[in-house]
Design a protein around this ligand. Structure first.
Ligand code: TMO
Length: 316
């Protein structure tokens, strides 16, 4: 309360010099968290920034696709990580219905796709080409997948179309969904011991790039419409016959009502923009350094005051 009073006084002093000013609502800003580390840490980083301004914040764990409907309806206030590959279609569908909007891109450039650790290429030298991967499918076979290769995809709420892609491109692979992000990393760690070839879902920015050199599989390049128009992509009768965008966006999204209800927090949200190394560091604090997400956020804020303080002060 005391912090809030001091902040309000400071802000009032500023407001006399600016044309219009409104107080933020004392209702909590509701921030959704999902099932990968950078998103959880970034959500807490932003929540703690809002708290430092005197706002109240609540976190809710939600499905990462259904969240766009929740933001649109104002059940949650914002979404900090809208990844183009995984969530572009859900975000754009919600945009069209109305109630949420794009609050701008992070500086980060993203990619989410099939990925292998470097040793895999020794067994399948034609990589990263997807047809070379397909010709090596039996290297990835397991009892579970018979004579087809096993692709370990992410949890089902992320990218939903890996099996459709396999079918559209006629690949000799079976998609198995991991129960959690940590199951993906466990797969790579287990394969490392005997340098077993594996292909999993991975993304950048992530902590993985600091731990395991590797590459994304090069599928037919993504182009607009590949996920909605069968004519786009090499298979004229199928959707999903392409990779995900290799230079994808990461956006911030907010409920349309946020800017009137919490105008100061909204102004800060507009200025927030994280880079690839900053986001990879957020994931690392949890996945390598084993901080709890809240503590990782506090740590990140302590180490990076010169980045975020200007967002509150209205600069940058
Ligand atoms: C949504 N994700 C970043 C895990 O691909």
């Amino acid at each position: 309360m005391r912090t809030k009073f001091i902040m309000s006084a400071a802000v009032l002093a500023v407001s006399s010099a600016t044309a219009s000013f409104a107080e933020d609502s004392s209702d909590p800003i509701i921030i959704p968290t999902h099932n990968w580390s950078s998103q959880i840490v970034m959500s807490h980083v932003v929540g703690q920034i809002f708290e430092s301004m005197g706002n109240s914040v609540e976190y809710v764990s939600t499905d990462s696709q259904a969240v766009y409907e929740s933001v649109r309806l104002g059940d949650v206030t914002l979404e900090m990580e809208v990844w183009e590959g995984a969530f572009g279609p859900s975000f754009e569908a919600a945009l069209e219905k109305g109630g949420l909007h794009d609050v701008g891109d992070h500086d980060a450039v993203t990619r989410e796709d099939w990925w292998y650790p470097a040793w895999t290429k020794e067994a399948c030298p034609g990589l990263p080409d997807w047809e070379a991967l397909n010709a090596c499918a039996e290297l990835f076979a397991t009892p579970e997948t018979g004579d087809k290769g096993r692709f370990l995809g992410g949890p089902v709420d992320w990218l939903k179309n890996d099996q459709e892609r396999v079918d559209a491109l006629g690949m000799n692979f079976v998609v198995v969904n991991a129960g959690s992000a940590s199951a993906l990393w466990a797969e790579v760690a287990a394969a490392e011991r005997d340098k077993r070839p594996v292909v999993i879902f991975n993304w950048t920015p992530n902590f993985v790039e600091a731990l395991y050199p590797g590459e994304f599989v090069e599928f037919p390049a993504y182009s607009e419409g590949c996920k909605s128009d069968p004519a786009v992509g090499p298979n004229p009768t199928a959707l999903y016959d392409c990779g995900n965008p290799a230079n994808g966006y990461m956006k911030k999204a907010a409920w349309d009502g946020m800017k009137d209800k919490w105008p100061n927090a909204y102004a800060v949200l507009e200025r927030i923009s994280f880079t690839n190394p900053q986001i990879a560091e957020m994931a690392k604090l949890v996945d390598i350094d084993e901080f709890e997400p809240e503590d990782a956020a506090t740590e990140w804020l302590e180490q990076n005051e010169s980045i975020w303080k200007p967002w509150i002060e209205g600069g940058a």
